[in-house]
Design a protein around this ligand. Structure first.
Ligand code: TXD
Length: 314
C-alpha cells in the first residue's frame, strides 16, 4: 500500500514546522508548496538530509507549482500573511482571502479527494471561503484554531496548578479571535473537574491570556506570529484523519443547526475527527454566561463571513 501524501501549501514558519513534525511521525510523504522560489525545495531538501538521523522513511519534496498537489490525501493550508505587531487577525482578511481563493481553486482541480485543513487567518472566514471555493463537502474542509487555543489554555492551567500539561484537558469554543470562549466546566485535570481545583477568578484570568496569547507572541517575535504550536496542532488534526483515530478535537467546523447556528458558518466546536474527516459535531452543555459569550463570538464570525460572501458575490 502506497504511503499517504500530505501537501503543505505555504512553506513558511508553520509549513516548515509541520514538514519536520510530519517526517518524525511518518504519517505520509510530504510536499511543500509555496510561491517563494526555491524556498519549499530548500526546506524539503534540508529535512530530507536529516532522514537517517530522525530516522524516517518519509520522502519530502518542494515545489512552486500547485500541480504538485496531485493525489494528496491531506492538504494543510498556511498560505497567507501573518500578523505584525499591532495588527488584528481581521486585518489580514482582504489579502489572505485573495490567496485562499487561488489556493482553493488549485486544490479543487488537483486534490479533489483530500481533507483540507485551513490554518490561514482570519481563520473562521478563511476556512469558510475555502469550503465555498473548493465546493468540497463540509466534513472534508476544517479549520485549525481550537486545538491550539485549547492547548494554550490547558498549558496555562497546568502552569498555574503546577501539574503536568499532559494531564490537563481544556475546551475553547467559538471564533479564533478575542471573543473565543474558554469553558470552565469542561476543563479537567486527570479527570478531576477543574472547578474542584481552581476558582473562577483564576480561570477567567487564564482565559483572558488564552484569547490574547497569539498577540502576546506576535509582540515578542515582532517579525511574525506563533508557528511551533500551530504547526503541532494542525499535524495533530491530520494524524486523527489519517489514522482514523476518532479524536475529539475542537476545530472550526461548518455548523448546520448545531449550537443553534445555521447558514453554513464555520466556528470552533468539539468534533469527532476520523477517516471521514469531521464525522460528528458534539454539542457541549454551556451555562448562561458561556452561551452568551459563544453567541457574541458567532456574531463576530458572521461579520467576517458576510464580508467574504460580499466579495464572492461581487
Ligand atoms: O491558529 C491559527 N489558525 C493561527 C494561524 C496560528 C498562527 C498563525 N496563523 C496564520 O497562519 C497566520 O496569521 C498566517 O495567515 C498563516 C501562516 O503563518 P506563518 O507564520 O506560517 O506565515 P509565513 O511564515 O509568512 O508563511 C506563509 C507562506 C509564505 O512562505 C508565503 O510565501 C506563502 O505562505 N504564500 C503562498 N503559498 C502558496 N500560494 C500562495 N498564493 C501564497 N501566498 C503566500
Amino acid at each position: 500500500m502506497a504511503r499517504k501524501k500530505i501537501a503543505l501549501v505555504g512553506a513558511g514558519q508553520i509549513g516548515g514546522t509541520m514538514a519536520l513534525v510530519l517526517a518524525q511521525k511518518q504519517l505520509g510523504d510530504v510536499v511543500l508548496i509555496d510561491i517563494a522560489e526555491g524556498m519549499p525545495q530548500g526546506k524539503a531538501l534540508d529535512i530530507q538530509e536529516g532522514r537517517s538521523v530522525i530516522p524516517t522513511a518519509t520522502h519530502l519534496s518542494g515545489s512552486n507549482d500547485y500541480t504538485a498537489l496531485a493525489g494528496s490525501d491531506v492538504v494543510i493550508v498556511t498560505a497567507g500573511l501573518p500578523r505584525k505587531p499591532g495588527m488584528s487577525r481581521d486585518d489580514l482578511l482582504d489579502i489572505n482571502f485573495g490567496i485562499i481563493q487561488k489556493v482553493g481553486l488549485a486544490i479543487r482541480d488537483n486534490a479533489p479527494d483530500a481533507l483540507v485543513i485551513v490554518v490561514t487567518n482570519p481563520l473562521d472566514a478563511m476556512v469558510y471561503a475555502m469550503q465555498k471555493v473548493t465546493g468540497f463537502a463540509a466534513n472534508k474542509v476544517v479549520g485549525m484554531a481550537g486545538v491550539l487555543d485549547s492547548s494554550r489554555l490547558a498549558c496555562f492551567i497546568a502552569d498555574e496548578l503546577d501539574v503536568s500539561a499532559e494531564d490537563v484537558r481544556a475546551l475553547v469554543l467559538g471564533g479564533h479571535g478575542d471573543t473565543m470562549v474558554s469553558v470552565f466546566s469542561a476543563a479537567s485535570v486527570a479527570g478531576i473537574p477543574l472547578p474542584e481545583m481552581m476558582d473562577k477568578e483564576t480561570f477567567d484570568r487564564l482565559a483572558k491570556r488564552t484569547a490574547q496569547a497569539g498577540g502576546e507572541i506576535v509582540a515578542l517575535l515582532k517579525t511574525g506570529s506563533a508557528f511551533y504550536s500551530p504547526g503541532l496542532s494542525a499535524v495533530h488534526m491530520a494524524e486523527a484523519y489519517l489514522l482514523d483515530k476518532k479524536s475529539v478535537l475542537t476545530c472550526a467546523a461548518q455548523l448546520d443547526g448545531e449550537y443553534g447556528v445555521t447558514g453554513g458558518l464555520y466556528c470552533g466546536v468539539p468534533v469527532v475527527m476520523g477517516a471521514n474527516g469531521v464525522e460528528r459535531i458534539i454539542e457541549v452543555g454551556l451555562n448562561a454566561e458561556e452561551r452568551a459569550a459563544f453567541d457574541v463570538s458567532v456574531e463576530a464570525v458572521k461579520d467576517l463571513v458576510s464580508w467574504v460572501d460580499g466579495k464572492m458575490a461581487g
